[in-house]
Design a protein around this ligand. Sequence first.
Ligand SMILES: Cc1cc2nc3c(=O)[nH]c(=O)nc-3n(C[C@H](O)[C@H](O)[C@H](O)COP(=O)(O)O)c2cc1C
Ligand code: SF4
Length: 664
Amino acid sequence: MAAKVMIFYLICFNSLFLLISSKKENQKTIFDETTLKHLKLKNRIFRGAVGDQSFINGKISEEGFKLYDQLSKNEIGLIFTGYTMVSDYLQNDKYHTFRFDKDEYIPEFKKLVDIVHKNGAKFFMQLAHIGMNTLSKSEIIYAPSSLPIPNQNRKSKEMTKDDIIRIENNFANAALRAKKAGFDGIEIHGAHFYLISQFLSPLFNKRNDEYGGNDENRARFLLEIISKVREKVGNEYIVGLKINSEDGDENGITEEGFLKICQMAEAAGIDYIQISGVKWIKQRIDNLIYSDIGTKLAEKLNIPIMIIGGARNVDELNEIINKSNIKLIGIVRPLICEYDLVKRWKNGETKKSKCISCNTCLRKSPGICIFNKNKCDRKIAQPAKFQSIQLGEYKITYLPDGEGYTIPAFSYHGSTEEDWKNLNEYLNNEGKSLMSMGSFLIEYKNEKILFDLGIGKIHFSTPEGSAEGGELLNNLKKAGLDRKDITKVIYSHFHPDHVGWTSIEENDKRVLTFPNANYYSSKNEWDFWKDKTNEPIGINRKLFKEPLEKKIKFLNDGEEIIPNLFVKFEFGHTPGLINLILNADGKRMWFISDMVHSDLQFENPQWCFFTDNNEEKAIKTRKNAFDDLSKPNTIIANSHFVEEAFGYLKKEGEGKYKFERYTK
Ligand SMILES: Cc1cc2nc3c(=O)[nH]c(=O)nc-3n(C[C@H](O)[C@H](O)[C@H](O)COP(=O)(O)O)c2cc1C
Ligand code: SF4
């Protein structure tokens, strides 16, 4: 009997095993080889277009070449260039984007193609006309209709029939150039409210002629481009389309309209459709936002369908590939964040992308992730090391909090409670401290003052060993102190936005709080925050009552907390930005606490707290700040500067400093 039962179980187990293994065999994965028309691809993943910023005087910069070299070495099957202008370059002259409006650029792009091909990836060029989605001051801005250009006191020009024909030809000529340069295909950029997308969208297309009024007419410009391109490049060459499936507005393109336009594009000879929209610009996304509409479209059309937007999780990618007829899935921001992500996934890692879809790489520092220093990096400024120095009667120790990441995006004006929540969640998952923000310990007689550069209570007051506390408490022990030995803590604490406060606490009791920004960017901002705080705002409360449209200056002289040690607000508007000033022989030593403290600040002026949207000025101001380091007795220190500043002081001789009581 027992033997029979045993045999029964064995049979069941074997059939189950066979069932599972045959299912597995039938399963697709994103790492399967595949084809697009005649083109063999090593997998189903593509890096979608990322506007290149590296075309300077007809040449691609070194960094531009490096970026594509790196991407193509990291297991991405198909790579797209960023949008490449087919004409009217002046309409988009601000960002050194790629252009292919002249034959003379063919050799340069050929070099790029050769690099990508050598590394085994396929390469498409995305062609675009920017339309009225422009920042340029160019005299004429061509668009489907004459509408006010955002942030500019003027209107676009409604394109005439001649303009339409010219730009259609520009697309066709650029496509031929791309073919000559060796690209494996081209993609017509019909998404994201650039010119073609403006023609397609009722939001921008207000025409009453044959190019407006209904979906068929709105699609005419696109369809004419497709057939002119096809005429130039022939039937074998791959010509694709990226298109909005939604315009983020109920008056924009409808689902029905979208499906109809895709069918017309297929009939006009397009080889694939890549589905996008504007959701990824407006929302924080972390899943494949176009998988449903992609599934639907793939059932309707015979050509391959690709989706892009929200690919963060390799398991989800595999699931969608199996559940639908979607052929390829695109990834963009995660590869700005970690260019080797696909390779690591291929090697079995299943960790979700680190990208938090904050869009800083889109808006603030194009192509550069908040986690990285440069475009081609995957990494991450290192914090300075634990170190002490005796300056006169003051012993100053830098207490790092371990490796972490700055998340400046969260400090931007407009970030929300939700952002803040996401940040904490993210950091918890990563096991990281809030930021890699070290703190300064200042020991003077019996005073042990912690200038906590972390975000306030989070650093110092979090339970030992918790991620938010970073290494701070361990490093405090290294300095021979315990938490209870600290006599004063100075820290900034703020809501997840622009506005913050600095507090000084003695024995856990707040003795002084003052606002941490010298102005609010608008009255609305203040109105928003003023009722949301119970903070016992101290000496500067009255300042908030002043007209807030004006910039408010305060704390000009600083607040002295022990002899010669002043806490002072200085420049800028970054939350958490406070200074400690140690007065040395009438000259100042600065300790700057700021939120955005990684190397980025110094490489990218737009990150820097000196910035006032004037890049040149920002660089100059920063340079002056560096120059200050060479002046005796002056130090500018945040965790970025610590090594340099302490090094300088040590070289000069620690004993040399004499501190006298500061007089105004
Ligand atoms: C910095 C940056 C530049 C982009 N440039 C382009 C572009 O030139 N052409 C384009 O079609 N999409 C562009 N996109 C959009 C992406 O191709 C993609 O559709 C979007 O980032 C959503 O995908 P993701 O969630 O994987 O990032 C850009 C996105 C970013 C972040
Ligand atoms: S800057 Fe933000 S959106 Fe861009 S790659 Fe980095 S985390 Fe993602």
